[in-house]
Design a protein around this ligand. Structure first.
Ligand code: NAP
Length: 248
């Protein structure tokens, strides 16, 4: 019996990186997994089979996290297909880095739309089902950059700070309905995205972290298992940093 047996989770942006690791860890812990992808169609479809091999129900949906109407349709489809929605993980995210002087309005709007508005979209759509069930766990993936800020990432850090304020507000509003809402703030996590970067630069980042290494997607996924499970039944409104003491 896994920590998430009998629960249904919806994870946005699971075709690669951290979202994919969360989907796999959730399936390993017995959760039925609904997940989304947008441009990585083949990877999304392959993940569906990979998750089903754990003996759980799994289904991928192509859905743009920044689209309000699409989020409503997505949640309705998940509830119709799975019959429940116990855990919602807002993981889909992008970067469009540039110094403020060179940052375009499009780069600002796109990042705020995919990273922050997406959380509003899915939470708004999911709360009806969770309120009916008088239970739910919402996990929003923020970043240490949302706590500290970062030069060259004004749009990204604003979106991630926004997620923290949103998370705490949802926890306050929905606590009386037994719906918990927490944020996970990864530090430097080594994904496909970082694998293509110059090794010297990446080593410099690793050396600056007290634990002297980047994190693995599975280490973020484990925090999400805890926050999605009944092990964290009295934890809500919190930001859990998974950063090897990078920001301490
Ligand atoms: P990643 O490897 O680039 O994966 C991002 C995922 O989001 C992909 O599955 C992508 O799907 C999906 N996505 C992007 N735009 C989308 C949209 N409009 N609608 C639906 N899905 C969309 O990134 P990652 O490193 O795993 O990051 C995952 C989350 O962790 C993000 O929120 C990121 O900000 C946060 N984070 C990451 C780090 C890090 O060091 N990696 C640190 C702190 C926080 P498609 O490819 O199918 O479009």
């Amino acid at each position: 019996m896994g920590l998430l047996s009998g629960k249904t989770a919806l994870i946005t942006g699971a075709s690669k990186g951290i979202g994919r690791a969360i989907a796999i860890r959730y399936a390993q812990e017995g959760a039925n997994v609904a997940f989304t992808y947008l441009s990585s169609v083949e990877k999304g479809q392959a993940l569906e089979d990979e998750l089903a091999a754990f003996g759980v129900k799994a289904r991928g949906y192509r859905s743009d996290a920044s689209d309000f109407k699409a989020a409503e349709e997505l949640v309705n489809a998940v509830v119709a297909d799975f019959g429940a929605l116990d855990i919602l993980i807002n993981n889909a995210g992008i970067t469009r880095d540039n110094l403020l002087m060179r940052m375009t309005e499009e780069a600002w709007d796109e990042v705020i739309g995919v990273n922050l508005k997406s959380c509003f979209n899915t939470v708004k759509a999911a709360t009806r089902t969770m309120m009916k069930a008088k239970a739910g766990s919402i996990i929003n993936i923020t970043s240490v950059v949302g706590i500290k800020g970062n030069a060259g990432q004004a749009n990204y850090s604003a979106s991630k700070s926004g997620i923290i304020g949103f998370t705490k507000s949802v926890a306050l509003e929905l606590g009386s309905r037994n719906i918990r809402c927490n944020a996970v703030a990864p530090g430097f996590i080594e994904t496909e995205m970082t694998a293509v970067l110059d090794e010297k630069t990446v080593q410099g980042w690793r050396d600056a972290i007290p634990m002297k290494r980047g994190g693995q997607p599975e280490e973020v996924a484990n925090a999400c298992v805890f926050l999605g499970s009944d092990m964290s039944s009295y934890i809500s409104g919190q930001v859990l940093q998974v950063d090897g003491a990078m920001l301490t």
